[in-house]
Design a protein around this ligand. Structure first.
Ligand code: DMJ
Length: 490
């Protein structure tokens, strides 16, 4: 499909979905002018679409209206959390029950912490204030629970350090410092790579087999904590973990999927950019840009070459990234998925817009197979292999980055497609629910905190005025918590 036809299909999808969604939410529809309206002939005639596509524009008022819709829907989900799960980690949106990751009575306030900067950004001030008040007074880190190094770092530590930068609320920094201190024992392995779990009260560790994402996606949060507290230990430990992992790359420059942090040996040699590896690469690039760390720059540049050479896969259906053996470079599988859709954003940030654009088209193609993206997709057969959709944000994140860099309105059209599908298929009477199967659109009883932290934030930023957040002055961690570049360079 050539670029213009592809654009046309995106546009048609966006426009076809607009009226139903706005009707469903009883909101005023975005006005679609005649030359942009879908019609039967156009759906059969790609060239007509292409003609329509060329005229596609959104006025500032139309964009503002979509941003307002996103804000309203964020409030809808927040109100559901507040009514049924206040003080807990998250809301189960179908049963309307609270859920705590580490068992009843052990909440770490995952949703309010992860959501706070989104609420602030959207100007949902009473909601942001109530979230902050809850965090300031009730977030209890002195709990006898083994927490996941990666998730607690990117969500809690990332949000606390980011929100301190945004609000100046010293209690948030105190909490971040306390959390960082409690997590430090996880780095005390023979290699310096962190154990998977650390007990917040005792500092005991468990989980010797980890992966690149869990080992290598800690430096933005711990590094920023060093900058904010003046304590170098955080930066040093997280940087060492990243370097130790990088040092264990294969002769051809790839890392595998699982590594023993005590022996330093790989237990799974499968290379890729998929979940379990993804944000390791993202953090090499972002730590360089945020902190000006030259080692990270060098590690990113050499990793990028290996990724390009062995993982990128140009097929008749476009550019994809599959899996290969880390030692031989031999292709093993052709799987792409919702998590991989983060990579166009990384490519764009790393200054490779041509590849970023091509890969974003592939992500959108994957989304379009069922009208919502699946967790895993075999691009050699264009077939869904894992049909769940746990409200993943990566494709929206990449759309936002690409729109920022290109101002091509097709990315706005993509954003409308995602937004409308979310509302149509994932919205419940009290919040939003993940899908257990994108082919049947069956909802499941979970709403991850990243729905607030990432999906809604990136969607909002895509349509909101550019000065809502100065993209160039921040680096987002992998959970979409913005870190100020000015502070990172101090
Ligand atoms: C988020 O927690 C982060 O984006 C992470 O990097 C990957 N998984 C989820 C979203 O899918």
């Amino acid at each position: 499909m050539d670029a213009m036809k592809f654009f046309a299909v995106i546009l048609a999808s966006a426009l076809l979905l607009v009226p139903s969604v706005f009707a469903q939410t009883q909101a005023t529809p975005v006005q679609v002018t005649q030359d942009r309206a879908p019609h039967d002939q156009a759906t059969r005639d790609q060239d007509t679409h292409a003609g329509a596509a060329r005229t596609f524009t959104m006025s500032d008022a139309e964009k503002a209206e979509v941003a307002a819709r996103v804000r309203t829907e964020t409030l809808h989900a927040w109100d559901g959390y507040k009514q049924y799960a206040w003080g807990h980690d998250s809301l189960k949106p179908l049963s309307k029950q609270p859920f705590d990751w580490y068992g009843p009575g052990h909440s770490l306030l995952m949703t309010p912490v992860d959501a706070l900067d989104t609420l602030i950004l959207m100007g949902l001030t009473p909601q942001a204030d109530e979230a902050r008040q809850l965090i300031d007074t009730k977030l209890d880190l002195n709990q006898d629970i083994y927490v996941k190094d990666f998730e607690i770092t990117i969500r809690l530590l990332g949000a606390l350090t980011s929100c301190y930068q945004g609000t100046g609320d010293k209690r948030l920094l105190e909490l971040a410092d306390d959390l960082g201190r409690r997590m430090l024992p996880m780095f005390d392995s023979p290699t310096g790579m962190p154990y998977e779990y650390v007990n917040l009260r005792t500092g005991a560790v468990r989980g010797t087999v980890s992966n690149p994402a869990e080992v290598g996606s800690l430096l933005i949060e711990f590094g920023m904590l060093s900058r904010l507290t003046g304590k170098p230990v955080y930066y040093d430990k997280a940087k060492r973990a990243l370097v130790e992992l990088y040092k264990r790359r294969s002769a051809i420059g790839l890392v595998g999927s699982a590594i023993d942090v005590e022996t330093g040996k790989w237990t799974d040699p499968t290379a890729g950019i998929m979940g379990g590896i993804d944000s390791y690469y993202e953090y090499l690039l972002k730590a360089w840009l945020l902190f000006g760390d030259k080692d990270c720059e060098q590690m990113w540049r050499s990793s990028e070459q290996a990724i390009d050479r062995y993982l990128a896969d140009f097929t008749p259906d476009g550019l994809w990234y599959g899996q290969a053996d880390m030692n031989t470079g031999r292709r093993t599988t052709n799987l792409y998925g919702a998590l991989d859709a983060f990579f166009p954003a990384v490519l764009a940030l790393g200054d490779d817009l041509p590849l970023a654009k091509q890969l974003q088209e592939s992500s959108f193609r994957m989304w379009s197979v069922a009208g919502v993206e699946p967790e895993r997709f075999d691009y050699s057969m264009m077939k869904i292999v894992s049909p769940a959709y746990p409200l993943r944000p990566e494709i929206i994140e990449s759309t936002y980055y690409l729109y920022h860099y290109t101002h091509d309105t097709k990315y706005l059209a993509m954003g409308i497609v995602y937004y409308n599908a979310l509302v149509k298929y994932c919205r419940t009477d009290v919040a939003y629910a993940e899908l257990s199967d994108v082919t049947t659109k069956t909802q499941a009883d979970s709403m991850e905190s990243f729905f607030f932290a990432e999906d809604m934030k990136y969607l909002y930023l895509l349509f909101a005025p550019e000065d809502t957040l100065d993209f160039n002055s921040v680096i987002f961690n992998t959970e979409a918590h913005p870190m100020k570049r000015s502070l990172g360079r101090q």
